[in-house]
Design a protein around this ligand. Sequence first.
Ligand SMILES: [Zn+2]
Length: 369
Amino acid sequence: MTHQIQYECLLPSAPGTSRTVGIHRFGVPGALPKIYLQGALHADELPGAYILHHLIERLREAYRAGAINGEIVVVPLANPIGLAQRIQAIHAGRSDLGLGGNFNRSYTDLSVPLHQYLGRFAAEDITEETVRAFLKKEVDAITLRTELDSLKKTLLGLAIDADYVFDLHCDDEAPVYVYLSDESHPEAASLARDLGARAAIAGTSEMATFKDACARPWQIASRIAGRPLHGCLAATIEYRGTRDVNEETARMDANRLFAFMQRVKILDGEPEPLPPALTPITPLAGVEHLLADRPGIIVFHRRPGEQIAAGETVAEIVDPVSGDRGLVKTSHGGILFGHVATRLAVPGSTIASLAGISARMQTGEEAYP
Ligand SMILES: [Zn+2]
């Protein structure tokens, strides 16, 4: 059993320079169960990085006590490219300012080559080891052109063979909520409870977020095998709002992640009792984004975390020049899980999102804010 800090170099984007990703590795490489956690993939979302700082402290103690059974990989700051992006002193860490777009989109979808590969096996011969070995080989074979390619390949390579992949983000203004890859996974419900999530939204989309890229191959493999393989539970965990970096909640959230790791036997020790569920698990297709229909100043009437009924007003958009006021109502209702930090409405932009209990989304609609 070891604890190592490793620095992985990315391809340079400018001559004579290079960036690195710092990786904490605990336990024995290849040991199962494996968990992978990363923070600040959207580089301006720092609450998760601070939670992982506290988690690493607890994992150091667990390592010294010989309490680590599986493999644990933690990358507290997953995006050195985004960390360095500033425009007139404002940090812009969500999208690559070069050619790459949103840092949490367009990961290589390995479910397509996996589908082809598994076609040569009889269903009963498909095992977790078969899938894991193929996925690792496919990530190794990804070709690189840009620094961003090498970042995505590095992160995917660390996560692709893990049983649990937790990608720590935050919203603008929100309570804790989570996107789960699969409601039917045996640990999905207990994870939402351990996190203290006020909304838990389950499903994957074809947008190839990091969570989706890690989970979708296992969903395809289980379908072809005709039985549930014990694959990856992936989660995008939204730890409140961008400014919610504080000592008390970061320690609490780290302790809750630690308890989950005890519960699934990655760590020895008796976990705290499982907290009560604060929400049902709702489908990804039940998410409703409320859009601004006019320019103006946003005045929110309801707060993140509140349950909103269909037809109720969530916000008003006010034009102080013309005096025009427009109500923003939800059509379907659900838990108001987050809203924007800006109070300037731009027509067509999302200003708030709700998790509804039943599917309503049409094919091709954007599932994530
Ligand atoms: Zn994010």
